[in-house]
Design a protein around this ligand. Structure first.
Ligand SMILES: NC(=O)c1ccc[n+]([C@@H]2O[C@H](COP(=O)([O-])OP(=O)(O)OC[C@H]3O[C@@H](n4cnc5c(N)ncnc54)[C@H](OP(=O)(O)O)[C@@H]3O)[C@@H](O)[C@H]2O)c1
Length: 348
């Protein structure tokens, strides 16, 4: 039987609160036809990321649109000089089993497709530690906050895709690294396998006191991924001249109170920021692609190859499970970078 395209399309906009089954609809469609200068791709890995929910809730994605997402794909037929059959590529093919790459295909601003060398690193890392997630950690920690040996660095959502890399980069810069994560097995992984100095669970009733005990000299750098009550526990511990990279606020992405989460965050932090001369660096990874991606890829590939940076992936099987995996990730039931394995590569 000829292959068909399995496509998740957004079912309604703006979705309310946190994702539910009714927000997505799975369609069985003919394969897209590549035009001149285009190639047909088969999705191998789909990356599920918190920002995708922001796109959906803001209306950037409309009902009927293919749900956006970055993928590692393989070229199966080509009418382009740039893409050869069998090539492994990074591209934003979205939540579907097949896609197009090449002339006229939307690259969503900064997600330029590129071919991958499977000899250099496992191909899934192109949407993880060697992709935008790794670059986010690198830009936020190394470029924006310039960590110095001996400083205390706190990373929230520390076992997730960005957090695990940010914490290890801080360790490589000689910092004392304290992670904030949920379940005990995540904390144990961070200290035992990734070399964090301590990890505190935000699920503990005395979380704020435990965080204070783990940071006896205060916090010099805070890598913010979560917001809300985690941020409130960090604030009183910020040292003089502390730096914050404001990477994300995942705890707020399903809010329905109508308030601007970033504004609430700034107002909550303002008294501490002023008193301690705290520098806040808002982060958008797209701003660092042109300036830092090449440097990042070279350095991170070396750290991954040497084992100085390790990574954990949380891999779900089958495109039909994408919404389930997405919801699990947003509520903290993932352990590592969330991916869906959509198909196995075809060896050439
Ligand atoms: N600025 C940028 O350009 C940029 C780029 C990429 C990502 N980001 C942001 O970076 C952050 C992390 O993204 P990621 O891809 O690495 O996601 P992730 O960490 O792989 O997954 C999300 C994690 O957030 C934690 N979490 C969820 N709800 C929480 C809550 N209410 N309180 C505390 N922790 C909670 C959970 O970990 P626990 O179980 O440990 O709580 C969950 O595993 C997100 O805020 C994302 O939007 C920003």
């Amino acid at each position: 039987m000829a292959a068909r395209n399995q496509v998740w399309r957004l079912a309604r906009t703006p979705p309310e609160g946190w994702p539910t089954d009714g927000d997505f609809a799975l369609h069985d469609e003919p394969l897209p036809e590549p035009g001149d200068g285009q190639a047909l791709t088969r999705t191998l890995y789909l990356s599920l990321d918190p920002y995708q929910w922001g796109r959906r809730r803001s209306g950037t994605e409309q009902p009927g649109d293919v749900c956006h997402g970055r993928t590692v794909s393989q070229v199966v037929a080509s009418r382009s000089a740039d893409w050869r059959e069998g090539d492994y590529i990074f591209c934003p093919a979205g939540w579907q089993s097949h896609g197009l790459v090449g002339d006229g295909v939307d690259v969503f601003g900064y997600m330029f497709p590129r071919t991958l060398d499977p000899q250099l690193a496992p191909i899934s890392t192109a949407v993880g530690v060697l992709g935008m997630l790794g670059l986010t950690a690198y830009a936020g920690l190394v470029v924006q906050c310039a960590p110095r040996p001996g400083e205390t660095v706190v990373v929230s959502a520390a076992s997730g895709g960005v957090g695990q890399v940010a914490g290890q980069l801080a360790r490589l810069h000689g910092c004392r690294v304290v992670g904030i994560a949920g379940k005990p097995e995540k904390c144990a992984y961070l200290t035992d396998a990734l070399g964090f100095d301590a990890c505190v669970s935000h699920l503990d009733a005395d979380f704020a006191a435990r965080l204070a005990a783990a940071c006896p000299d205060g916090i010099d750098i805070y890598f913010e991924n979560v917001g809300g009550r985690v941020f409130e526990a960090v604030l009183p511990l910020l040292a003089q001249d502390a730096r914050i990279t404001l990477c994300g606020m995942i705890s707020q992405y399903g809010n329905t109170d109508g308030r601007d989460a970033a504004e609430v965050w700034r107002q909550t932090g303002a008294p501490y920021f002023a008193r301690r001369a705290v520098q806040v660096h808002p982060l958008f990874v797209g701003n660092y692609v042109a300036s830092h991606q090449a440097e990042f890829l070279e350095r991170m590939a070396g750290w991954v190859a040497s084992g100085d940076v390790r990574y954990k992936e949380d891999i779900w099987q089958g495109i039909e499970r994408a919404p389930e995996a997405f919801s699990a990730m947003l509520r903290g039931d993932n352990f590592g970078k969330t991916l869906v394995e959509v198909a196995k590569p075809r060896l050439q």
